[in-house]
Design a protein around this ligand. Structure first.
Ligand SMILES: Cc1cc2nc3c(=O)[nH]c(=O)nc-3n(C[C@H](O)[C@H](O)[C@H](O)COP(=O)(O)OP(=O)(O)OC[C@H]3O[C@@H](n4cnc5c(N)ncnc54)[C@H](O)[C@@H]3O)c2cc1C
Length: 405
């Protein structure tokens, strides 16, 4: 990694999460002689969402057929498994079941099956309660979907490997460099940052939870604004980790872009339960009580937040209950793993903050969203499954960069 940014470069990528690093690597692969520089504010890579995820390689079940998420998740997962094999990263197809526990969930389960099949999810099939018991002996439901291609990986390790590829191809990564603003001129973009200024031929903003602020400095519409949602986790005590073999998910609420609290065995054999989804006081609220006044004020003053809250206040209260009460958290997961007891779990230090883009009208932006100001490409919404999709998403972002250069 480099310690100071250059005064000029051909392409500047802002953000050293998995999306920024995969994009920088893709640009360098396509254009080996082009000077590509990544500027990252933190001292290391994958310091935010990419290093605080559930670590699930999604297979592409949930997403509306034809959406970017549907296309890029299926293609991204395939490429991610191949990449991990090539680079010796432990990526396991541990499999996943989505469990319906009540008849009212069956139409939604059928819709998920339809979507998954339309999206080309490998091996996806409907299973009955007996098959569910064979695959996940401690899960109970009246019907389920089984996705054998879902897996787990450490996305921090993947980001590190992608950065190593990028640097060995001649790319530069500068950490500890906070970008404040950018301004597009006729043939370049001026990027001001904590070291001064870099003049780039074009720029790509992959700033995750801070994507909206940078876009606004470049003259973009504030709509959609990012509102942070904190996800906390519990962990099964080591003696009870046998309750889960792969991943057990509920049938999600179709109105929300979150997948519901799930139980997932990570590559190290720990089983995490979660995440919750609670409106957070900061874009980096890894601790429950962390509040950054500017972040909180902007979330609450954004018209979309108030409209969203009016529609989802019941869900908000339930999430608050899960966040503060382990009993309530466990009760939710017990719906699909009835043996689970309060004594089986402990709090996990692992927590993540989702960058949820909310439109002015209060709708939660679901699909990946990429927009342009002058010679700058902004990734405005890259929520889950962007980590899974990163290798394929990078191709789409690189196409946009080529179109503005
Ligand atoms: C709780 C949780 C669970 C998830 N689970 C999964 C999962 O199981 N599977 C999956 O596929 N996805 C999952 N996701 C989603 C996934 O983590 C994200 O979609 C993905 O990591 C987004 O990557 P990113 O590079 O866009 O953002 P980030 O990883 O957030 O990176 C953005 C980077 O930009 C930098 N930055 C921001 N502003 C500036 C600035 N002004 N100057 C310089 N640098 C800046 C930040 O420091 C950060 O490093 C989960 C997310 C969360 C929060």
């Amino acid at each position: 990694m480099t310690t100071a940014p250059p005064s000029s470069c051909d392409i500047c990528v802002v953000g050293g999460g998995i999306v920024g690093i995969a994009t920088a690597r893709e640009l360098k692969r396509r254009h080996p002689h082009v000077d590509v520089v990544v500027l990252e504010r933190e001292d290391g890579l994958a310091a935010h969402q990419s290093g605080h995820s559930s670590g699930v390689i999604h297979a592409g079940i949930y997403y509306a057929p034809g959406s970017l998420k549907a296309r890029l998740c299926v293609a991204g997962a395939r490429r991610l498994y191949a990449y991990c094999e090539e680079r010796g990263i432990d990526a396991r197809r541990t499999g996943k079941v989505i469990v319906a526990t009540h008849e009212t969930e069956l139409p939604r389960l059928a819709e998920l099956e339809r979507r998954g099949l339309a999206n080309g999810v490998p091996g996806l099939r409907r299973i009955d309660p007996d098959e569910l018991r064979e695959i996940e002996p401690h899960a109970r439901g009246i019907a389920a979907l089984h996705s054998p291609a879902t897996g787990v990986v450490d996305f921090r390790a993947v980001t590190g490997a992608l950065a190593a590829d990028f640097e060995s191809a001649g790319g530069r990564v500068v950490t500890g460099c906070a970008v404040d603003a950018l301004a597009s001129g006729a043939g370049s973009v001026a990027i001001s940052h904590s070291f001064g200024r870099t003049e780039a031929g074009s720029a790509v903003l992959c700033a995750g939870p801070w994507a909206d602020r940078l876009a606004v400095t470049a003259g973009a519409d504030p709509d959609p604004w990012i509102v942070p949602f904190r996800g906390s986790y519990l962990r099964l005590r080591p003696g009870r980790a046998g309750l889960v073999r792969g991943s057990i998910y509920p049938v999600p609420d179709p109105d929300l872009p979150f997948l519901g609290m799930h139980l997932t065995r990570d590559p190290h054999g720990n089983v995490l339960l979660g995440p919750t989804a609670l409106l957070a006081g900061a874009r980096d609220a890894y601790r429950l009580r962390r509040v950054v006044p500017r972040d909180l004020a902007e979330s609450l003053l954004w018209p979309g937040t108030r409209r969203m809250m009016r529609g989802f206040w019941r869900t908000g209260l339930a999430e608050l209950r899960h966040a503060v009460s382990m009993r309530s958290f466990v009760a939710e997961c017990r719906r699909y793993v009835p043996e689970l007891r309060r004594e089986d779990v402990e709090r996990s230090a692992h927590a993540g903050v989702r960058a949820q883009a909310i439109a002015r009208d209060g709708s939660l932006v679901d699909d990946f969203s990429i927009s342009v100001t002058g010679r700058a490409v902004h990734v405005r919404n890259a929520p889950s499954p962007a980590a899974t999709s990163a290798l394929a998403l990078a191709g789409v972002i690189a196409d946009r960069v080529e179109s503005v250069s």
